[in-house]
Design a protein around this ligand. Structure first.
Ligand code: SF4
Length: 176
């Protein structure tokens, strides 16, 4: 069962196109300046089965992608991996925010967290850093955060930026 803070059925701020966004309940990072402080407590939230979320997503034919946000999705990694697999099987692009870095998850992540990495297309990683805040960034809040192509990152064993214009626009990002 996923414990969720909420869902947004038509989001245009959590990735390219019209997306369905799933906000999980619970975050261990407590970044100063976080916009979602109500999602920090691990108590509370509403329970949903991943299959229920899939059926909500499928109601809108305009939705082509789903984003996991928080809270910290990797604190419920096993259940989010279940949801990601269901979504991928139906052809949706699946992205997730996380306060962890890709390197932290690879080096110290639990088996469930690594499993979730393997189910995602895109990872927007890193804590929100107030002193690196920029309103010009696409789909992220602070400059330290990265938009990573997960299949490429896992194949190469290091963080690889997503370079498609849909995700990074005209921003100069590291290219392989
Ligand atoms: S990781 Fe995200 S939800 Fe958690 S405290 Fe930081 S900005 Fe807020």
């Amino acid at each position: 069962m996923l414990m969720l803070a909420g869902i947004v059925e038509n989001s245009i701020v959590d990735g390219p196109g019209i997306r369905f966004t799933v906000f999980c309940q619970g975050c261990p990072h407590h970044c100063p300046g976080c916009q979602n402080e109500s999602t920090w407590p691990f108590e509370g939230g509403s329970p949903f089965e991943p299959e229920d979320i899939l059926s909500f997503v499928q109601k809108d034919p305009l939705v082509k992608g789903v984003t996991f946000s928080g809270g910290e999705p990797f604190s419920q990694a096993g259940e989010f991996a279940r949801l990601a697999r269901l979504l991928k099987a139906k052809g949706y692009e699946v992205a997730s925010y996380t306060g962890y870095t890709f390197e932290e998850l690879m080096e110290k992540g639990t088996p469930e967290q690594k499993e979730l990495l393997g189910c995602l297309d895109i990872l927007v990683d890193g804590r929100f850093e107030q002193d690196q805040l920029s309103l010009d960034l696409r789909f992220r809040g602070s400059r330290n955060q990265r938009i990573l192509n997960l299949p490429a990152s896992l194949e190469k064993g290091r963080a690889v930026w997503e370079t498609s214009r849909r995700w990074v626009g005209d921003e100069e990002v590291p290219r392989d």
